[in-house]
Design a protein around this ligand. Structure first.
Ligand code: ADP
Ligand code: MG
Length: 313
C-alpha cells in the first residue's frame, strides 16, 4: 500500500476535532477559546532521510540532522501561519551508537531551538535496530491558513527558488562537493531555514490558503487543488530556479524544480486584490492561477504529479 493511501485508510478510524483541523493539513489545529493550538510531528530515519556515508564529504552531518529535525516541523507551523512553541523528541539509537554523533545532533538541535525560539521540554531515548529521530512541535495561531481554501480566480505563488534542496541531495549522493555552488546547494538541503515571519506576514495580509512545499512544488500545488476542489494552472517560465540549479542541471533544472522536495518554502494562493502587494515582494514568485475544475496543468497541458512516496507510490 502506498503512503497516501495508507494515511487515508488510517484516518478513517478517527474523527476530526469538532473545532479545528485533524488529519490532512500541515499540522493539526485544535481551537480552544479564541486561539488554535497547533501540533505536528516529523521523523528523520537513517538510510531514508540521510546516510552515514555523507559524513565523508560533510563531516558535520549530525549537526544538520539536529537542525533539520526541528526546522522541518517549524515549516509546517509556518505554513499554518502559526508561531512555534514547545518541542519533545524521540530518539531510537542502535546499540553501538556513536556518542560524538549524538552530541553533534544536540548542538544542531539547540541552535535551531534558539533560532526558531522553541523550548525543548523533553523526549524519549530507546534502543532499536535502526537509527530514527522524531520530533513533535506545538504552536499557536489566532487564525490559520489551510490547504483547502484556494478559490477560482486566485493567483498561486511560492516564497523561494525551487529544486535547490533536491540538487543538494543529488550532490551528496554523488559524493563530491568541489565547487562553491555545490556547497551552497548541499547546505540548502542540510540546513533548511523555514520562515515563521513569512507565514505570519502572508496571514496578516489576508492569505487563507497555504502549504509548505516539503514534498515538492508540483505535489504541493496538486494537493492544494485536490483539497480546495479547484484546478491549478502553472506557467513553467514563472517557476523560480536558482542560478546554481540552472548551471548544474541545465535542461533538467525545471523538472527538478517541479518535483524536488525539501525546499521548505511556502506555496499560497491569494485574490486579485492582493496582487499589487505581492508583486512588489522580492521573494514572492507568482507562478500561476486557480480555476474552476480539477487537476494540475503546466502551460495548459495536464501534468503528471510525482513526489517521493515512502512506499513507492
Ligand atoms: P507534512 O509533509 O506536512 O509533514 P505528511 O505528508 O507527512 O505531511 O502527512 C500528510 C497528512 O497526513 C498530515 O496531515 C499528517 O498529519 C497525516 N498523517 C501522516 N501519517 C499519519 C499517521 N500515521 N497517522 C495519522 N495521520 C498521519
Ligand atoms: Mg507540510
Amino acid at each position: 500500500m502506498k503512503e497516501f493511501k495508507l494515511i487515508e485508510t488510517i484516518s478513517k478510524f478517527f474523527t476530526n476535532p469538532t473545532r479545528g483541523i485533524g488529519i490532512g493539513d500541515d499540522t493539526a489545529a485544535i481551537k480552544t477559546g479564541y486561539e488554535y493550538h497547533l501540533i505536528t510531528v516529523d521523523t528523520l530515519a537513517e538510510d531514508t532521510h540521510y546516510r552515514k556515508k555523507w559524513k565523508e564529504v560533510f563531516p558535520n552531518l549530525y549537526r544538520s540532522i539536529g537542525w533539520k529535525l526541528l526546522a522541518v516541523s517549524v515549516s509546517d507551523i509556518a505554513s499554518m501561519g502559526g508561531i512555534p512553541h514547545v518541542a519533545v523528541t524521540s530518539f531510537t539509537l542502535k546499540k553501538d551508537f556513536e556518542e560524538k554523533e549524538i552530541i553533534e545532533l544536540a548542538k544542531g538541535l539547540s541552535a535551531a531551538c534558539r533560532h526558531f525560539k522553541v523550548l525543548l521540554a523533553g523526549g524519549d531515548t530507546v534502543r532499536g535496530n535502526c537509527e530514527v529521530f522524531s520530533l513533535t512541535l506545538t504552536g499557536k495561531a489566532e487564525e490559520i491558513m489551510t490547504r483547502n481554501s484556494a478559490k477560482p480566480g486566485d493567483y498561486i505563488a511560492v516564497t523561494g527558488t525551487c529544486g535547490d534542496a533536491a540538487a543538494g541531495l543529488q550532490i551528496l549522493e554523488a559524493g563530491k562537493i568541489d565547487t562553491p555552488e555545490k556547497r551552497k546547494l548541499v547546505e540548502k538541503f542540510l540546513f533548511p531555514y523555514p520562515s515563521i515571519e513569512t507565514g505570519e506576514k502572508l496571514k496578516l495580509a489576508g492569505v487563507k490558503c497555504c502549504m509548505d512545499n516539503s514534498d515538492g512544488l508540483l505535489f504541493t500545488c496538486y494537493e492544494i487543488g485536490k483539497q480546495s476542489k479547484v484546478a491549478v494552472n502553472l506557467e513553467s517560465e514563472k517557476i523560480p530556479i536558482s542560478k546554481e540549479v540552472k548551471k548544474l542541471l541545465g535542461d533538467d533544472a525545471l523538472k527538478l524544480a517541479l518535483s524536488g522536495g525539501e525546499d521548505f518554502n511556502l506555496v499560497f494562493t491569494f485574490p486579485e486584490s492582493l496582487k499589487e502587494l505581492f508583486e512588489k515582494e522580492k521573494n514572492i514568485f507568482i507562478i500561476g492561477r486557480i480555476a474552476e475544475g480539477s487537476g494540475i496543468y503546466i502551460d495548459g497541458k495536464p501534468a503528471t504529479v510525482s513526489s517521493f512516496d515512502h512506499f513507492g507510490g
